[in-house]
Design a protein around this ligand. Structure first.
Ligand SMILES: C[C@](O)(CO)[C@H](O)COP(=O)(O)OP(=O)(O)OC[C@H]1O[C@@H](n2ccc(N)nc2=O)[C@H](O)[C@@H]1O
Ligand SMILES: Nc1ncnc2c1ncn2[C@@H]1O[C@H](COP(=O)(O)OP(=O)(O)OP(=O)(O)O)[C@@H](O)[C@H]1O
Length: 309
Protein backbone atom coordinates (compact mmCIF):
# COMPACT_ATOMS: atom_id res chain seq x y z
CA UNK A 1 0.00 0.00 0.00
CA UNK A 2 1.34 3.47 -0.90
CA UNK A 3 2.31 5.58 2.10
CA UNK A 4 -0.11 8.43 2.77
CA UNK A 5 0.81 11.94 1.62
CA UNK A 6 2.27 14.17 4.37
CA UNK A 7 -0.33 16.56 5.79
CA UNK A 8 -0.48 19.99 4.13
CA UNK A 9 1.34 22.60 6.24
CA UNK A 10 -1.11 24.43 8.50
CA UNK A 11 1.20 27.37 9.04
CA UNK A 12 4.53 28.99 8.36
CA UNK A 13 7.16 29.87 10.96
CA UNK A 14 9.65 32.67 10.22
CA UNK A 15 12.49 33.83 12.44
CA UNK A 16 14.04 37.31 12.06
CA UNK A 17 17.10 38.78 13.78
CA UNK A 18 17.82 41.95 15.74
CA UNK A 19 20.37 44.39 14.34
CA UNK A 20 23.17 46.55 15.67
CA UNK A 21 24.42 49.59 13.72
CA UNK A 22 28.23 49.19 13.65
CA UNK A 23 28.35 52.69 12.16
CA UNK A 24 25.51 55.19 12.05
CA UNK A 25 26.33 58.51 10.40
CA UNK A 26 23.42 60.95 10.17
CA UNK A 27 22.92 64.06 8.02
CA UNK A 28 20.52 67.01 8.14
CA UNK A 29 16.80 66.19 7.86
CA UNK A 30 15.41 65.94 4.30
CA UNK A 31 12.27 67.80 3.21
CA UNK A 32 10.22 64.65 4.06
CA UNK A 33 11.54 64.74 7.65
CA UNK A 34 13.72 61.63 7.34
CA UNK A 35 17.46 61.87 7.89
CA UNK A 36 19.94 60.74 5.23
CA UNK A 37 22.04 57.90 6.66
CA UNK A 38 25.30 56.12 5.97
CA UNK A 39 25.08 53.08 8.19
CA UNK A 40 26.55 49.61 8.55
CA UNK A 41 23.95 47.15 9.77
CA UNK A 42 24.92 43.88 11.46
CA UNK A 43 22.37 41.14 12.22
CA UNK A 44 22.88 39.33 15.54
CA UNK A 45 21.58 36.07 17.02
CA UNK A 46 18.67 37.47 18.99
CA UNK A 47 15.40 36.64 17.25
CA UNK A 48 11.68 37.29 17.12
CA UNK A 49 9.50 34.46 15.76
CA UNK A 50 6.38 34.95 13.69
CA UNK A 51 3.87 32.18 12.87
CA UNK A 52 1.33 32.71 10.12
CA UNK A 53 -1.80 30.53 9.80
CA UNK A 54 -4.79 30.72 7.49
CA UNK A 55 -7.71 32.76 8.78
CA UNK A 56 -11.14 33.52 7.27
CA UNK A 57 -11.08 35.73 4.12
CA UNK A 58 -10.29 39.39 4.94
CA UNK A 59 -9.56 38.52 8.59
CA UNK A 60 -6.20 39.81 9.85
CA UNK A 61 -5.62 38.67 13.43
CA UNK A 62 -2.68 39.06 15.78
CA UNK A 63 -1.51 37.77 19.12
CA UNK A 64 1.85 38.36 20.79
CA UNK A 65 3.82 37.03 23.72
CA UNK A 66 7.30 37.34 25.22
CA UNK A 67 9.76 40.13 26.02
CA UNK A 68 8.05 43.53 26.51
CA UNK A 69 4.75 42.28 25.08
CA UNK A 70 2.69 44.78 27.11
CA UNK A 71 4.25 47.56 24.97
CA UNK A 72 3.49 45.90 21.66
CA UNK A 73 0.45 47.40 19.90
CA UNK A 74 -2.03 44.73 18.78
CA UNK A 75 -3.98 47.05 16.49
CA UNK A 76 -3.36 47.95 12.84
CA UNK A 77 -0.23 49.94 13.80
CA UNK A 78 1.62 46.69 14.50
CA UNK A 79 4.29 46.25 11.85
CA UNK A 80 3.49 42.55 11.37
CA UNK A 81 -0.19 43.26 10.69
CA UNK A 82 0.72 46.19 8.45
CA UNK A 83 3.04 43.85 6.52
CA UNK A 84 0.30 41.25 6.00
CA UNK A 85 -2.24 43.84 4.81
CA UNK A 86 0.32 45.51 2.52
CA UNK A 87 1.22 42.19 0.87
CA UNK A 88 -2.44 41.17 0.46
CA UNK A 89 -3.30 44.57 -1.08
CA UNK A 90 -0.35 44.79 -3.47
CA UNK A 91 0.23 41.14 -4.47
CA UNK A 92 -2.90 39.28 -3.42
CA UNK A 93 -4.26 39.25 -6.99
CA UNK A 94 -7.71 40.27 -5.79
CA UNK A 95 -8.07 37.14 -3.62
CA UNK A 96 -9.76 37.61 -0.26
CA UNK A 97 -6.80 36.53 1.85
CA UNK A 98 -6.70 36.27 5.62
CA UNK A 99 -4.10 35.40 8.22
CA UNK A 100 -3.69 34.75 11.92
CA UNK A 101 -0.27 35.98 13.07
CA UNK A 102 1.44 34.97 16.32
CA UNK A 103 4.53 36.90 17.39
CA UNK A 104 6.94 35.53 19.99
CA UNK A 105 9.19 38.44 21.05
CA UNK A 106 12.74 38.13 22.33
CA UNK A 107 13.96 41.48 20.99
CA UNK A 108 13.21 44.27 23.50
CA UNK A 109 10.62 46.81 22.33
CA UNK A 110 11.98 50.28 21.45
CA UNK A 111 15.48 49.01 22.21
CA UNK A 112 17.27 50.32 19.10
CA UNK A 113 17.55 46.72 17.85
CA UNK A 114 14.86 46.94 15.14
CA UNK A 115 12.48 44.52 16.88
CA UNK A 116 9.36 45.87 15.20
CA UNK A 117 11.16 45.82 11.85
CA UNK A 118 12.12 42.17 12.44
CA UNK A 119 8.43 41.35 12.99
CA UNK A 120 7.43 43.29 9.86
CA UNK A 121 10.06 41.47 7.79
CA UNK A 122 9.10 38.09 9.26
CA UNK A 123 5.39 38.67 8.60
CA UNK A 124 6.04 39.68 4.97
CA UNK A 125 7.99 36.47 4.35
CA UNK A 126 5.61 34.27 6.36
CA UNK A 127 2.51 35.58 4.53
CA UNK A 128 4.17 35.39 1.11
CA UNK A 129 5.01 31.73 1.85
CA UNK A 130 1.57 30.91 3.31
CA UNK A 131 -0.31 32.55 0.45
CA UNK A 132 2.11 31.13 -2.15
CA UNK A 133 3.08 34.56 -3.48
CA UNK A 134 6.46 34.19 -5.14
CA UNK A 135 8.40 37.45 -4.93
CA UNK A 136 12.05 38.19 -5.71
CA UNK A 137 14.07 39.27 -2.64
CA UNK A 138 14.42 42.83 -3.99
CA UNK A 139 10.64 43.10 -4.45
CA UNK A 140 10.11 41.95 -0.86
CA UNK A 141 12.70 44.50 0.34
CA UNK A 142 10.96 47.22 -1.65
CA UNK A 143 7.69 46.36 0.11
CA UNK A 144 9.57 46.28 3.43
CA UNK A 145 10.79 49.85 2.87
CA UNK A 146 7.13 50.99 2.88
CA UNK A 147 6.82 49.61 6.41
CA UNK A 148 9.97 51.15 7.89
CA UNK A 149 13.54 52.14 7.10
CA UNK A 150 15.11 49.16 8.92
CA UNK A 151 12.80 46.49 7.41
CA UNK A 152 14.79 45.82 4.18
CA UNK A 153 17.85 45.03 6.30
CA UNK A 154 15.83 42.72 8.56
CA UNK A 155 15.03 40.75 5.40
CA UNK A 156 18.62 40.79 4.12
CA UNK A 157 20.62 40.13 7.31
CA UNK A 158 24.39 39.64 7.42
CA UNK A 159 26.47 42.82 7.48
CA UNK A 160 25.25 45.48 5.05
CA UNK A 161 25.70 49.12 4.15
CA UNK A 162 22.50 51.18 4.41
CA UNK A 163 21.96 54.47 2.59
CA UNK A 164 19.06 56.77 1.72
CA UNK A 165 16.98 56.81 4.90
CA UNK A 166 18.47 53.38 5.69
CA UNK A 167 16.18 51.41 3.34
CA UNK A 168 18.73 51.08 0.54
CA UNK A 169 20.83 48.07 1.52
CA UNK A 170 23.82 46.32 -0.04
CA UNK A 171 25.90 43.49 1.46
CA UNK A 172 29.22 44.68 2.91
CA UNK A 173 32.56 43.00 2.26
CA UNK A 174 33.08 41.58 5.74
CA UNK A 175 35.10 38.71 7.15
CA UNK A 176 34.81 36.76 10.39
CA UNK A 177 32.19 36.49 13.05
CA UNK A 178 31.97 38.59 16.16
CA UNK A 179 30.97 38.09 19.79
CA UNK A 180 28.68 40.66 21.37
CA UNK A 181 27.27 41.36 24.80
CA UNK A 182 24.03 43.34 24.81
CA UNK A 183 22.86 45.38 27.81
CA UNK A 184 19.13 46.22 27.73
CA UNK A 185 17.84 49.48 29.24
CA UNK A 186 15.06 49.76 31.82
CA UNK A 187 12.75 51.58 29.41
CA UNK A 188 12.71 52.01 25.64
CA UNK A 189 13.64 55.18 23.76
CA UNK A 190 11.47 56.72 21.03
CA UNK A 191 13.30 56.76 17.68
CA UNK A 192 11.73 60.09 16.49
CA UNK A 193 12.61 61.73 19.85
CA UNK A 194 16.26 60.66 19.51
CA UNK A 195 16.42 62.02 15.93
CA UNK A 196 14.88 65.31 17.15
CA UNK A 197 17.52 65.59 19.87
CA UNK A 198 20.19 64.86 17.23
CA UNK A 199 18.89 67.87 15.24
CA UNK A 200 19.09 70.11 18.32
CA UNK A 201 22.66 69.00 19.05
CA UNK A 202 23.77 69.17 15.38
CA UNK A 203 22.32 72.23 13.59
CA UNK A 204 24.45 71.66 10.45
CA UNK A 205 25.81 68.10 10.25
CA UNK A 206 28.12 66.97 7.43
CA UNK A 207 26.61 64.78 4.68
CA UNK A 208 26.95 61.23 6.07
CA UNK A 209 29.63 58.86 4.81
CA UNK A 210 30.45 55.28 5.81
CA UNK A 211 33.73 55.46 7.81
CA UNK A 212 36.69 53.96 5.90
CA UNK A 213 38.34 52.62 9.09
CA UNK A 214 35.24 50.57 9.90
CA UNK A 215 35.05 49.09 6.40
CA UNK A 216 38.77 48.23 6.58
CA UNK A 217 38.27 46.59 9.98
CA UNK A 218 35.42 44.47 8.57
CA UNK A 219 37.54 43.41 5.61
CA UNK A 220 40.32 42.35 8.00
CA UNK A 221 38.01 40.59 10.46
CA UNK A 222 39.91 41.88 13.51
CA UNK A 223 37.67 42.58 16.55
CA UNK A 224 40.16 45.08 18.04
CA UNK A 225 40.13 47.22 14.88
CA UNK A 226 36.35 46.90 14.64
CA UNK A 227 35.92 47.81 18.31
CA UNK A 228 37.92 51.00 17.83
CA UNK A 229 35.90 51.95 14.73
CA UNK A 230 32.35 51.57 16.12
CA UNK A 231 30.53 54.91 15.79
CA UNK A 232 26.99 56.19 16.27
CA UNK A 233 26.02 59.83 15.62
CA UNK A 234 22.79 59.24 17.60
CA UNK A 235 24.73 58.19 20.71
CA UNK A 236 25.20 61.72 22.16
CA UNK A 237 21.46 62.34 21.64
CA UNK A 238 20.55 59.05 23.36
CA UNK A 239 22.95 59.90 26.21
CA UNK A 240 21.38 63.31 26.84
CA UNK A 241 17.93 61.66 26.97
CA UNK A 242 19.22 58.75 29.12
CA UNK A 243 22.39 59.97 31.00
CA UNK A 244 22.73 56.68 32.93
CA UNK A 245 23.78 54.97 29.66
CA UNK A 246 27.23 56.56 30.09
CA UNK A 247 27.72 54.36 33.19
CA UNK A 248 26.70 51.27 31.24
CA UNK A 249 29.15 52.00 28.40
CA UNK A 250 31.99 52.79 30.83
CA UNK A 251 31.30 49.67 32.90
CA UNK A 252 31.50 47.43 29.80
CA UNK A 253 34.76 49.01 28.66
CA UNK A 254 36.28 48.83 32.18
CA UNK A 255 35.32 45.15 32.32
CA UNK A 256 37.26 44.35 29.15
CA UNK A 257 35.09 45.03 26.07
CA UNK A 258 37.17 45.93 23.00
CA UNK A 259 34.48 48.31 21.80
CA UNK A 260 31.18 49.76 22.99
CA UNK A 261 28.35 51.58 21.23
CA UNK A 262 24.71 52.49 21.77
CA UNK A 263 22.72 50.48 19.21
CA UNK A 264 20.77 52.67 16.76
CA UNK A 265 18.49 55.03 18.66
CA UNK A 266 19.20 53.17 21.95
CA UNK A 267 18.97 52.46 24.78
CA UNK A 268 20.55 49.00 24.22
CA UNK A 269 24.34 49.12 24.58
CA UNK A 270 26.39 46.69 22.46
CA UNK A 271 29.83 45.52 23.59
CA UNK A 272 32.28 43.76 21.31
CA UNK A 273 34.61 41.16 22.86
CA UNK A 274 37.38 39.00 21.44
CA UNK A 275 35.88 35.52 21.81
CA UNK A 276 33.14 33.39 23.35
CA UNK A 277 34.96 33.04 26.68
CA UNK A 278 35.29 36.82 27.02
CA UNK A 279 31.60 37.16 26.16
CA UNK A 280 30.67 34.82 29.02
CA UNK A 281 32.99 36.68 31.43
CA UNK A 282 31.73 40.12 30.43
CA UNK A 283 28.06 39.17 30.56
CA UNK A 284 28.49 37.78 34.10
CA UNK A 285 30.52 40.80 35.29
CA UNK A 286 28.16 43.33 33.70
CA UNK A 287 25.11 41.62 35.22
CA UNK A 288 26.81 41.79 38.63
CA UNK A 289 27.37 45.56 38.20
CA UNK A 290 23.59 45.97 38.11
CA UNK A 291 23.72 48.74 35.50
CA UNK A 292 21.38 47.04 33.01
CA UNK A 293 17.93 45.45 33.19
CA UNK A 294 19.18 42.33 31.41
CA UNK A 295 22.45 41.25 29.79
CA UNK A 296 22.67 38.78 26.89
CA UNK A 297 25.29 37.34 24.57
CA UNK A 298 24.81 37.31 20.80
CA UNK A 299 26.86 36.48 17.74
CA UNK A 300 26.94 38.13 14.36
CA UNK A 301 26.57 38.26 11.48
CA UNK A 302 23.53 35.98 11.08
CA UNK A 303 21.10 35.58 8.18
CA UNK A 304 18.02 37.77 7.78
CA UNK A 305 14.36 36.70 8.07
CA UNK A 306 14.10 32.97 7.18
CA UNK A 307 11.42 30.29 7.05
CA UNK A 308 12.18 27.76 9.80
CA UNK A 309 11.54 24.03 9.56
C1 LIG B 1 17.71 54.41 14.25
C2 LIG B 1 17.62 53.33 13.21
O1 LIG B 1 17.19 52.10 13.79
C3 LIG B 1 19.01 53.08 12.63
O2 LIG B 1 19.05 51.95 11.81
C4 LIG B 1 16.67 53.70 12.08
O3 LIG B 1 17.06 54.91 11.47
C5 LIG B 1 15.20 53.77 12.52
O4 LIG B 1 14.50 53.03 11.59
P1 LIG B 1 12.94 52.68 11.75
O5 LIG B 1 12.63 52.46 13.20
O6 LIG B 1 12.65 51.61 10.76
O7 LIG B 1 12.31 54.06 11.35
P2 LIG B 1 11.01 54.43 10.50
O8 LIG B 1 9.87 53.61 10.97
O9 LIG B 1 11.35 54.45 9.05
O10 LIG B 1 10.81 55.94 11.00
C6 LIG B 1 10.42 56.25 12.30
C7 LIG B 1 10.81 57.68 12.58
O11 LIG B 1 12.23 57.76 12.78
C8 LIG B 1 12.74 58.95 12.20
N1 LIG B 1 13.71 58.60 11.16
C9 LIG B 1 13.87 57.31 10.75
C10 LIG B 1 14.82 57.00 9.79
C11 LIG B 1 15.59 58.04 9.24
N2 LIG B 1 16.52 57.79 8.31
N3 LIG B 1 15.41 59.31 9.65
C12 LIG B 1 14.49 59.61 10.61
O12 LIG B 1 14.35 60.77 10.98
C13 LIG B 1 11.55 59.72 11.69
O13 LIG B 1 11.13 60.57 12.74
C14 LIG B 1 10.51 58.63 11.46
O14 LIG B 1 9.20 59.13 11.53
N1 LIG C 1 5.71 44.13 16.17
C1 LIG C 1 6.10 45.15 16.93
N2 LIG C 1 6.94 44.95 17.96
C2 LIG C 1 7.35 45.99 18.72
N3 LIG C 1 6.94 47.27 18.55
C3 LIG C 1 6.11 47.52 17.54
C4 LIG C 1 5.67 46.49 16.69
N4 LIG C 1 4.87 47.03 15.78
C5 LIG C 1 4.82 48.35 16.03
N5 LIG C 1 5.55 48.67 17.10
C6 LIG C 1 5.75 50.03 17.62
O1 LIG C 1 7.06 50.45 17.26
C7 LIG C 1 7.70 51.13 18.33
C8 LIG C 1 9.20 50.90 18.20
O2 LIG C 1 9.44 49.56 18.49
P1 LIG C 1 10.75 48.77 18.02
O3 LIG C 1 10.90 47.62 18.97
O4 LIG C 1 10.72 48.47 16.58
O5 LIG C 1 11.86 49.87 18.31
P2 LIG C 1 13.35 49.94 17.95
O6 LIG C 1 13.97 48.58 18.08
O7 LIG C 1 13.96 51.03 18.75
O8 LIG C 1 13.32 50.32 16.43
P3 LIG C 1 14.50 50.80 15.49
O9 LIG C 1 15.78 50.19 16.02
O10 LIG C 1 14.08 50.20 14.15
O11 LIG C 1 14.43 52.27 15.55
C9 LIG C 1 7.09 50.52 19.58
O12 LIG C 1 7.12 51.44 20.63
C10 LIG C 1 5.68 50.16 19.14
O13 LIG C 1 4.78 51.21 19.42
Amino acid sequence: MASPLPPAPVGVHVRAPAKINLALKVGAPRPDGYHPLATVYHAVSLYDDVHAEWAEPDEFELEASGEGVEQVPLDDSNLALRAARLLARTHGGGDRLGVHLTIRKNIPVAGGLAGGSADGAAALLACATLWDIDLAPEVLRHLGAELGSDVPFSLMGGTAVGSGRGEDVAPALARGSYHWVLAFGQEGLSTPAVYRRFDELNPSPEPPEVPADLMNALRGGDPYELGAALVNDLQPAALTLRPQLRRVLDAGLDLGAVGAVVSGSGPTCAFLVEDEEDAVDLSIALSAEGVARKVMRAGGPVVGARVVG
